[in-house]
Design a protein around this ligand. Structure first.
Ligand SMILES: [Zn+2]
Length: 201
C-alpha cells in the first residue's frame, strides 16, 4: 500500500489550521491564554456541562463559555455569571461539535488539578465538554463525535492520556460521572488501558 499518497497527506494536514479543527463549528471565546512555551499537549480532559443543569437545549452553555450575556433568566445562571471559564470543544446531545479555543492555546476548563505527576492541567491539556449532567448517560451521537475528534487529536498532538475532570480534580469535581462509558470510549479509539485512568490511582 502506498501510504504517502499525496491526496491522503493533504487531507490529514488540512484537518487542522493553527489549532482549529475544520469539522467543528467555530464560536470564539475570549477566555483563553497562551500555553507555556514548553507545554507538551499530552492530555485530553472530558467534562460534562448543561445550563441550567439538566437542560439540554438553548444556548446558555455556549454563552457561558464564550463570555456572552445570557438571554434567559435563571438563578443558577445568575450565580455563575462572573466566572470566566472555557473549553476547547463542546459536543451537544445530537453530536454537533463546537470549538471555542484553539488547541494551540490554553482553555480554562481544569482549574486546580493534578494528573500524571503534573499540576495545572490547563497548561498542557485539551478540554472537551459533553452536553450532559453528572450521573446521566450520554447519546450515541456524542460518543461518535467525541471518538472522531479524539482520533484526530491523537494524530495531531502527542496525546498519551485521556481522563475525566473527576480524575484530575477528584476532591472538587465529579464530571463526566458514572454515566459516561470509558470502556466504550476506549474501544472506539482502539487504545489500550494505559491511556486511561486507573480506578485505584
Ligand atoms: Zn468539568
Amino acid at each position: 500500500m502506498n501510504t504517502t499518497h499525496p491526496t491522503t497527506a493533504l487531507a490529514k494536514s488540512s484537518l487542522w489550521a493553527k489549532g482549529w479543527y475544520q469539522f467543528a463549528k467555530r464560536l470564539d471565546s475570549p477566555h483563553f491564554s497562551a500555553r507555556p512555551p514548553d507545554a507538551k499537549i499530552d492530555l485530553v480532559v472530558v467534562h460534562s456541562i448543561s445550563l441550567p443543569p439538566g437542560v439540554y437545549s438553548g444556548d446558555a452553555v455556549t454563552h457561558f463559555l464564550t463570555g456572552q450575556a445570557q438571554t434567559i433568566e435563571h438563578p443558577y445562571l445568575e450565580s455563575i455569571k462572573d466566572l470566566k471559564v472555557s473549553a476547547h470543544f463542546f459536543i451537544r446531545r445530537q453530536g454537533e461539535l463546537i470549538q471555542m479555543v484553539s488547541c494551540d492555546d490554553m482553555a480554562w476548563h481544569a482549574g486546580v488539578s493534578h494528573y500524571r505527576g503534573r499540576d495545572r492541567c490547563n497548561d498542557d491539556s485539551i478540554g472537551i465538554e459533553l452536553e450532559g449532567l453528572e450521573g446521566d448517560t450520554f447519546e450515541a451521537e456524542q460518543y461518535e463525535t467525541l471518538s472522531g475528534l479524539c482520533s484526530s487529536l491523537l494524530q495531531h498532538y502527542p496525546i498519551e492520556h485521556l481522563a475525566g475532570h473527576e480524575h484530575i480534580a477528584p476532591a472538587r469535581k465529579k464530571d463526566p460521572g458514572a454515566g459516561f462509558s470509558w470502556e466504550d470510549f476506549r474501544k472506539s479509539l482502539g487504545l489500550t488501558q494505559n491511556f486511561f485512568p486507573i480506578s485505584d490511582k
